[in-house]
Ligand binder design. Structure first.
Ligand code: ZN
Length: 458
């Protein structure tokens, strides 16, 4: 392939290095000529020419050498086509490794694309390092990413749906009333493969039921039929979208959000009870205030002393008893959720789950003077079917939530995006397994002569 060591080190097939000089600031200047059999063939008629018309020097941008910039000087011959019937009068030499008219060597574009796709560097930073413009780096990355992202997704048994803000909300002051009004609040809904390893399957702008259903109905019917369970937050928008677009799928709500709701209800009761008792908000030194953290924790993680402290403090008066009721309601709800196979190591039956939920409702119904608990029970009752599905199938939306975190990280790295399509491409590249860097292992390669057995002097 290469006939001398310098050309092999330079490594562009079809070019032979004739000289290497050191330029200013540690730069390396590589002078090369064409060394390729087909280079002298006319691109129109294919006639090989040897009639030199002129000599030109092109300077394509190249990758750095050990951090130093490399200047490439490719001395090309301009040849005259000898075929009298060919419309082309003259042409310059061309080699397969460098596309005609290229101002940037393909390996530099590949490096830019790999830095953005694999290493999470922004296109601006990759372009700065490569010494090319932002559009060149971005185009290289987009070509590489789209080849993977545009492939239709493989079947998914468990689908996760979640939303995240795509940028800061924008406000403006109304000149007449002086009040703030919302100008733009931009959201992305993302779809995630929970059962397989495909990561993020797609994103859609906006967060209405129509936006969500729009992405789902675009998928082929065979793909939609394979979706068994869809995990969502307790968000009726997603529920209606799934009902519309995936009528055959079961819906599971993420149980983290159910517990979060119960913890919030218990906290609300504690804050209200404190205000009623002292006429002010809680502060350090109040006995209830010292329980703040303990009440948020799962009861099975409390030590016997901590448990006794909670009971003793709350049992002392009527305000405390209200808090205790809400706290027990939370634990009764958790008892139903804790039937899932991940915790019990055995498959729960639907009757068991519904019985425990009934016990929770029963407890809440007995304390109708605590509005927070009644609201909690009503919300849980509204989502009962989806909660039971989540317990029985064990499907959680945790993977989607973790991809949300990566999506927000990408937006910060880029200092925000102006172009939503660019944002979706960057986020999906970061969140899709197929585009991530493959694990690199240090394996010894067999020795191979790049100069094909030619004698190297010295
Ligand atoms: Zn020709």
């Amino acid at each position: 392939m290469f006939h001398d060591t310098a050309s092999a080190l330079f490594g562009v097939a079809g070019l032979r290095v004739t000289d290497v000089e050191s330029g200013p600031d540690g730069a390396v200047e590589v002078w090369a000529v064409t060394d390729c059999e087909g280079a002298a063939a006319c691109p129109d008629c294919g006639t090989v020419s040897s009639k030199v018309h002129d000599t030109v020097v092109t300077r394509p941008a190249d990758v750095r050498r050990a951090g130093d910039p490399v200047g490439v000087y490719w001395v090309k011959r301009r040849l005259k086509c000898k075929n009298a019937s060919c419309p082309r009068r003259s042409f310059t030499e061309r080699v397969p490794a460098v596309p005609p008219g290229a101002r940037v060597l393909p390996r530099l574009k590949e490096q830019c694309a790999a830095e953005v796709a694999d290493r999470g560097v922004t296109p601006a930073e990759a372009a700065r390092h490569a010494g090319v413009s932002w559009p060149v780096a971005h185009e290289a990355f987009a070509a590489r990413a789209d080849a993977v992202l545009d492939a239709p997704p493989a079947p998914v048994a468990h689908l996760g749906i979640d939303e995240h803000r795509r940028g800061r909300p924008r406000w403006r002051t109304d000149p007449e009333t002086g009040e703030y009004e919302l100008l733009a609040d931009r959201w992305h809904v993302n779809f995630c493969d929970l059962s397989g390893s495909q990561g993020m399957l797609g994103q859609v702008e906006g967060r209405t039921a129509d936006d969500t259903a729009y992405w789902l109905v675009q998928a082929p019917p065979a793909w939609r039929d394979r979706v068994e369970v869809v995990a969502i937050d307790m968000c009726s928008i997603f529920l209606s979208a799934v009902r519309r677009a995936l009528p055959g799928a079961q819906v599971a709500v993420d149980l983290f959000h159910v517990v979060q709701l119960a913890v919030k209800a218990a906290g609300d009761v504690r804050r209200r009870a404190t205000r009623e008792k002292y006429g002010r908000r809680g502060r350090q030194g109040d006995p209830e205030y010292g329980l703040k953290g303990l009440l948020n924790r799962n009861v099975e993680t409390l030590s016997p002393e901590q448990f006794a402290k909670v009971i003793e403090t709350l049992d002392s008066d009527g305000h405390g008893q209200q808090v205790a009721i809400a706290w027990i309601a939370k634990e009764k709800l958790r008892a139903a959720l804790r039937l899932r196979a991940r915790i019990t190591r055995s498959q729960p039956c639907e009757r068991q789950v519904r019985d425990r939920l009934f016990a929770f409702y029963d407890w809440c119904a007995a304390c109708e003077d605590i509005p927070e608990v009644i609201t909690l029970a009503a919300t849980v009752a509204r989502w009962e079917q989806q909660i039971v599905t989540a317990v029985l199938t064990g499907v959680t939306n945790a993977a989607t939530e973790s991809l949300n975190r990566i999506a927000k990280l990408e937006a910060r790295l880029a200092y925000g995006f102006r172009n939503p399509a660019s944002q979706r491409r960057r986020v999906r590249t970061a969140c899709t397994r197929g585009t991530r860097r493959r694990a690199r292992t240090a394996t010894r390669r067999p020795k191979q002569s790049v100069t094909k057995g030619k004698q190297v002097p010295g």
